[in-house]
Design a protein around this ligand. Structure first.
Ligand code: CA
Length: 387
């Protein structure tokens, strides 16, 4: 073996020894609740060791507003569950009462209600406040952006949570991931969609950035509250709409008035749901209650995605088999154009201010980077192995 090869071999062996050494430190550190490292060896979450102090037994009663109708399937149900987990884990010291949209404040005023301290917590999706805080959009969904798995990776390991916390700290809020719907459906159409031409002049309900993309291809974007969607589609006031996924769409009965159900939901490939707490109220809690809330939010994140995946599968089958819904994939050439305009829309948002620029840079860098891994794992698995 020549000298260079031998040096290389020695360098690699040293690297391996360092890695094993680091691994044991990480294991020990994690076990003692000290520091967790990200894939580059940087601290990702400084897990706090909590010295549980004897508490006064003081009880806390919080109110949570939501952007969903009361007891809304999955989303509202999950929050009721979370309130129970928190009550149980705190042995009754912390109670959170969950209110549906409109019970305490209108859905879109949740952000301000928590900010002003009218309620201590709220649940929604960050793009609801993107008119006020444009950068909030990146913590929900970007057309042709990251899916649930990738978004979680960005939040946990890619610096996403820190950016989110910094952004909301300016408003006196603490954000937590509160679940994900998974890839949504592409929407209900009264007529088949065969080409880009069919989108021109089409009256479609699609809020947010997806709507901006449709606007660029010549569709006529119509915004309607959820209560008016069915009747608008039935009467032809709109030709198409997107809502959530098979479970919620089935409950809305859209299959009665439109037969073509398109996939995938390119406009919402994995919207993350959020929980927000009033920073002052949160920091006034004893440390253990704060950790109970954080842990319950993580549990809710996992529960919500699992519930969506299972329910959507069941209800998609029901729609196709029992209701004669025609399942269609967006034509490839249409997707290509939508993707091109989605990039434009995301970049226009990124150029709004310094915050949007910074957060988009992190989001987009992570998306590009993680896609290499997703290609050899999730994508290869679904297309070649499963099915
Ligand atoms: Ca949607």
């Amino acid at each position: 073996m020549n000298k260079k090869k031998s040096q290389n071999k020695e360098a690699k062996s040293q690297k391996r020894r360092d890695f094993l050494k680091k691994g044991s430190i990480v294991t020990l550190a994690a076990a003692s609740g000290a520091v967790l490292l990200d894939s580059c060896g940087n601290p990702t979450e400084k897990a706090k060791t909590i010295n549980i102090q004897p508490t006064s037994g003081k009880k806390y009663q919080w109110k949570m507003s939501t952007t969903w109708p009361p007891k809304f399937p999955v989303l509202g149900e999950g929050l009721e569950l979370m309130a129970k987990w928190i009550k149980d884990a705190s042995a009754g010291r912390m109670e959170i009462k969950v209110y549906g949209a409109g019970e305490l404040n209108p859905a879109l005023e949740c952000f301000d209600a928590v900010r002003e301290g009218a309620v201590q917590m709220a649940s929604g999706v960050s793009y609801y406040w993107s008119g006020k805080v444009p950068a909030a959009q990146f913590f929900a969904a970007i057309p042709f952006g990251m899916n649930a798995q990738q978004t979680n990776a960005w939040i946990i390991n890619g610096g996403g949570l820190k950016l989110w916390e910094d952004l909301y700290a300016e408003y006196g809020l603490v954000p937590f991931p509160g679940g994900n719907t998974g890839v949504q459906m592409g929407g209900w159409f009264r007529k088949e969609l065969n080409s880009l031409e069919d989108l021109k002049g089409l009256k479609m309900r699609m809020p947010g950035l997806g709507g901006k993309v449709l606007d660029k291809v010549g569709a006529k974007v119509v915004l309607k509250p959820s209560t008016e969607l069915y009747i608008s589609l039935e009467r032809g006031i709109i030709d198409a709409l997107e809502w959530i996924g098979p479970y919620h769409d089935y409950n809305m009965g859209f299959y009665n008035v439109a037969k073509y159900y398109y996939y995938p939901g390119w406009h919402e490939p994995g919207p993350m749901l959020e929980l927000i707490a009033n920073q002052k109220a949160f920091n006034a809690l004893p440390l253990d209650l704060r950790e109970i809330i954080r842990t319950a939010a993580m549990r809710l994140s996992l529960w919500t995605l699992g519930e969506f995946e299972a329910k959507n599968n069941t209800y998609l089958k029901k729609l196709v088999k029992d209701e004669g819904v025609k399942l269609r994939k967006y034509p490839a050439d249409v997707m290509k154009v939508l993707k091109k305009y989605s990039k434009e829309v995301a970049e226009e948002l990124a150029n709004k201010n310094a915050q949007t620029k910074k957060i988009y840079a992190s989001y987009d860098r992570f998306r590009k980077d993680i896609s290499a891994w997703s290609e050899v794992t999730e994508q290869a698995y679904y297309s070649d192995i499963q099915g």
